[in-house]
Ligand binder design. Structure first.
Ligand code: NAD
Length: 352
C-alpha cells in the first residue's frame, strides 16, 4: 500500500528524532511491501524564521491532504521573547484545530527493562505497565465560556452528546485492539456533564459487548493510578481530567524520551508526536532519545493505517533493543551500553 505522510520536524531535537522515525518506517515499508512518501513542512520556530508565522497556510493544507502527520517538537529559547499568537507552540493548537482532532491518545508504557526508572515500589508495578489514556481534546472547561464578574471569575464546562460519543468511540475502538477494558473517568457525583458522560458511555458500551466498562471518579482514579496502576487498560475522560491524569500516568514510566502520543479525529488521518518538547539543550548533539517518536510512528501504523502487525514489529524491535542493553543518555544506567540518536535508530531498524 502507498501512504502519504507529512513530517513536521519543527525545532530543537525535532529533525534528529524525525529522521530516525522515517528510517524505521522505510524499513517497515521494505519488509511489508508498503511505500511511505514523506513531505516535510515547516511549523513552529523554523516557520517563524522562514515564513514569518508559526503555522503557514501551506503546512495546514499539506497536512489536510496527507494520510497522516508525524510531528517532532516545536519551540526554543530563540523564540521565547514572542508573545501569545506569535509563539511556536501556537502551531500545535492550530494543527489540532485545523485537522479537527478531538481525541488525544497517550500511552503510559513502562518497559520492564526500565523498571528502575518508575518511582513506585517494584511489587506495585510488577513486570511492566501499559495504560492508554484517551483524553477529549476540543471541549469541556478549556473551551467553555469564561469571564470576570465583580470580585470573581468563572469558567464553564459544557459538552454535547456528540462530543462525548465520538471520543468514547475512539476509546472503545482502541480497547478492542488491546485488553478490552475501558474505564470512564468523571465526577458524576457532582458534575452534570459527567452524568451525561455516563449516560452516553452506557449507550456506546452496548456496541462493544466484548469490552468491559467501568466508571471511576477522577479523584479516586488519580489515587488508583498510584495504588494499583495495573488495573487499567484504557481510560477515557474529558479534557481537563485527561490533561492531569495523563501527566500523572507518564511519571510512572520514568523517562519523557519514551512516550508517544496520537491525536485523532473523525477520519483515519491523525497527528502523531512524542510527548516531550524540543529539548534545545541537546539539539543537534546526537544524544536525544528517538524512541518516543519511533513509537509514535508505530501508533500511526496502528491507528491511521490499520497495520497492526507492522506496528507490533516496531514496538517489538524497540523492546528487543532495550533487552540487548542499549540506552540513550536519558535512560542509561550502570552496566548498559550508551548510544546516540542515530545509533539507537539503526539498532531498532536492524531488529525489524
Ligand atoms: P522538553 O521536553 O523539551 O525538555 C525537558 C527535559 O527533558 C530536557 O532536559 C530535555 O533535554 C529532556 N528531553 C526531552 N526530550 C528528550 C529526548 N527525546 N531525549 C532525551 N532527553 C529529552 O521540555 P522543556 O525544556 O520544558 O521545553 C523546551 C521547549 O520545547 C520549549 O520551547 C517548550 O515550549 C517546547 N515544548 C514543545 C512541545 C511540543 O512541541 N509538543 C511540548 C513541550 C514543550
Amino acid at each position: 500500500m502507498n501512504f502519504n505522510i507529512v513530517t513536521v520536524s519543527g525545532d530543537g531535537i525535532g529533525p534528529d528524532i524525525i529522521a530516525e522515525a522515517k528510517n524505521i518506517l522505510n524499513v517497515i515499508g521494505k519488509k511489508y511491501n508498503h511505500t511511505f512518501h514523506f513531505t516535510e513542512k515547516p511549523a513552529g520556530g523554523i516557520a517563524i524564521d522562514t515564513c514569518g508565522c508559526p503555522l503557514p497556510e501551506d503546512t495546514i493544507e499539506a497536512c489536510k491532504k496527507a494520510d497522516s502527520v508525524l510531528l517532532g517538537a516545536v519551540g526554543g529559547p530563540k523564540w521565547d521573547h514572542l508573545g501569545g499568537n506569535d509563539r511556536p507552540e501556537k502551531a500545535l493548537l492550530g494543527l489540532r484545530g485545523s485537522l479537527e482532532l478531538f481525541a488525544n491518545l497517550r500511552p503510559a508504557v513502562l518497559h520492564k527493562q526500565l523498571k528502575e526508572a518508575c518511582p513506585l515500589k517494584p511489587e506495585i508495578i510488577g513486570d511492566s505497565l501499559d495504560i492508554l489514556i484517551v483524553r477529549e481534546l476540543t471541549g469541556g472547561i478549556y473551551f467553555g465560556k469564561r469571564g470576570r464578574t465583580e470580585g470573581g471569575a468563572y469558567d464553564t464546562m459544557a459538552y454535547s452528546e456528540k462530543e462525548i460519543e465520538r471520543v468514547l468511540r475512539v476509546g472503545y475502538g482502541a480497547a478492542m485492539k488491546r485488553r478490552k477494558k475501558v474505564t470512564v473517568v468523571d465526577k458524576a457525583n457532582i458534575l452534570e456533564t459527567s452524568r451525561l458522560w455516563r449516560e452516553v458511555a452506557n449507550r456506546v458500551a452496548k456496541d462493544f459487548p466484548e469490552v468491559e466498562t467501568s466508571f471511576l471518579y477522577v479523584d479516586n482514579c488519580s489515587m488508583q493510578l498510584i495504588r494499583d496502576p495495573r488495573q487499567f487498560d484504557v481510560i477515557v475522560t474529558e479534557n481537563m481530567f485527561g490533561d492531569i491524569l495523563s501527566d500523572e500516568a507518564s511519571m510512572l514510566t520514568g523517562s519523557i524520551g519514551m512516550l508517544a502520543s496520537a491525536s485523532l479525529g473523525e477520519t483515519k488521518r491523525g497527528m502523531y508526536e512524542p510527548i516531550h518538547g524540543s529539548a534545545p539543550d541537546i539539539a543537534g548533539k546526537d544524544v536525544a532519545n528517538p524512541i518516543a517518536t519511533v513509537l509514535s510512528a508505530a501508533m500511526m501504523l496502528r491507528y491511521s493505517f490499520d497495520l497492526e502487525e507492522e506496528a507490533r514489529a516496531v514496538e517489538n524491535a524497540v523492546t528487543k533493543t532495550l533487552d540487548d542493553g542499549y540506552r540513550t543518555a536519558d535512560i542509561w544506567s550502570e552496566g548498559m551500553k550508551k548510544v546516540g540518536t542515530k545509533e539507537m535508530g539503526r539498532l531498532i531498524a536492524e531488529r525489524i
